[in-house]
Design a protein around this ligand. Sequence first.
Ligand code: NCD
Ligand code: ZN
Length: 354
Amino acid sequence: MLSFSFIQPDDFHLHIRDDVLMHAVLPASAESVGRAVIMPNLTPPITDIAMALAYKARILAALPATTAFQPLMTLYLTEHLSLSTLQEVAITPDILGIKLYPAGATTNSDAGIQALESIYPLLETMEELGIPLLIHGEIPHFDVDMFDREPAFITQQLEPLTRRFPLLRVTLEHITTQDAVQFIESAPAHVGATITPHHLLYNRNHMLAGGVKPHYYCLPILKRERHREALVKAATSGNPKFFAGTDSAPHLQSKKESACGCAGIYNAPYAIALYAEIFDQALDLSLPASQKRFESFMSRHGAQFYGLPLNPTQITLTQTPVAVPIHIDTPLGPLIPIRAGEMVGWKVEKIEER
Ligand code: NCD
Ligand code: ZN
């Protein structure tokens, strides 16, 4: 049976929610990744340093005292963010960066940014201070087609923004298109991107052919096959600008299976296994060189991009089939995980010092 060890991965884009739901979903990440970048789109959003530190304390309090898991916090960018807060962020290692949601783009994004021009002074200061800007890259206007929202954002907003602020550190989050891959490839080294397991595994037919499947609905929405292929090529290329960020985004079954279902795929318990499936299919993980490629995407590129040390631990994966339950119970009701009722091909066997 195929088995290999590699540096413990991180998750550079994770929603763990708060309170009861956080207690239900946090262990899956804390038991598999060394660090996770925690998204700030709570209600109310995490808009200042005190809120972020309090949220971090709630996360750590929900874990065993012995946990090595480190939450890397983000602030939700609003037009009210002050320049003095940015100065403080720059010297607060608990906070990794600032998250930009275009207003209306996704879950709890109403407090986001209406017009990028309004935050130019903030971006200028972030550029000077070297604070990363994490971007949900879509134009959420009704007159922009759902499937064109990411490319439209790149050409209409992101390209001009990176020209205006050429040294601004930017992560384009959860990229979904060939257009995004090309943009990142041609951008400077301080502009990178996260890629989710679901956008590497699925295209829009998985969501729409033969019936509407709400558990495949996430934002940015799944695209056509040629875009998925471009993402697989980018993720497995060895290019250090691309790295793992699950965008695991749990919503209760009742909120997903609804006349107006929430966007988000809950993948955290199976994310590493699913990334391994993708790499195995593309590169054959029985080859040591392919295992190294996998380690780079999962465990090195993101840490290098953010200037963090590599995790001091290693993880062992075996090619063992694991059955995914049809639902995962929480005190608030069931969650439906990715691959519910089916199999994943890999299992996290152990995590130890390396
Ligand atoms: C995320 C959520 O539910 O918070 N949903 C999603 O579909 N990815 C928000 C986001 O990252 O867009
Ligand atoms: Zn997200």
